[in-house]
Design a protein around this ligand. Sequence first.
Ligand code: 5GP
Ligand code: MN
Length: 326
Amino acid sequence: MQQAINLIQSSENILILSHKNPDGDAIGSMLGSAEGLKSIGKKVKCFSKDIVPSVFDFLPEVSQIKNKINPEHQNLIVLLDCALFSRTGIDGIEDIVSSFDNLLIIDHHPKNKTECDNVKNCVEIIDHKTSSTAVLVFNLLKEMKINISKDIANCLLTGIFTDTGGFQHNNTDSESLQAAAEFMKKGSRVDKIAKNIFSTKSLAAIKLWGIALERIQTDPENGMAVSYINKSDMDNLGVKEEELMGLVNVINTISDAKFSLLLTESMNNKIKGSLRSEEYKGIDVSRIARSLGGGGHKLASGFEINNTDSSKSVEEIRKAILKNNL
Ligand code: 5GP
Ligand code: MN
């Protein structure tokens, strides 16, 4: 922590990055840390390769997250909710990092390699037992005696709220609830965050959820509950991919299934897989995700498969998952 503070203190210009397809923890942690660092006089820029889903439009200063990196020299890159360069999805990320003086990585995903080996001034704050990156950012800001404004509280509470599935997943611990209580004391409201994130769906999106739920198949042998959404399903109903956030968690409520999988055909000719399970079911879905080139947590993980030539059907991927991993 002290090494991280030293890096920040010696850096005037800071660029904050996160992973591709940013989620609430990535966005909340970026915006919360940007606000905190600006309050002590740092010049801060935030970048995301992919657009910020519109459910997060309620967050303060969300428009400061840009989709273009300004090539001007910066001192410090802060990489949040993602410890591996490949997860940023940014082409040439290694070159960008090497043009900076310092790198700080803050993340809560399990990992088996470090990017710090090839970077001169690099500090990692990584704890896979922490519910969310937002909690790690909160601890750092507190250690730096940075005042937690209502805006910072709203951003970081959104990160904790989304990564704990609205304080329902097994990563919900006393530390995240204590942090949430601190944020509420600053004026942040869990009910408002919940409403913005979970209760702002279009009728078309709910109908598409219905189609996906209708399509669920379960496999009694391995315990998988699987469904899928094609690009044409989204096009036909005019639903954006971001409106599928949370759907896999509904599939995961089937108590007889050991784990759930949602396959989504993305815009960029990729098939995205989202895997979920529950502690009592005794499955580590990150093992499956890793074997398919992805990663994540034991009970919530994901992967992406290139499908540029549209050669793979959802059915083929489903079979491949069964053959390789179970
Ligand atoms: P989701 O299914 O909500 O997109 O992702 C669930 C979890 O899996 C998140 O913790 C996320 O970081 C991780 N995850 C999702 N997709 C990928 C991926 O393509 N690669 C890696 N390494 N992790 C992923
Ligand atoms: Mn996270």
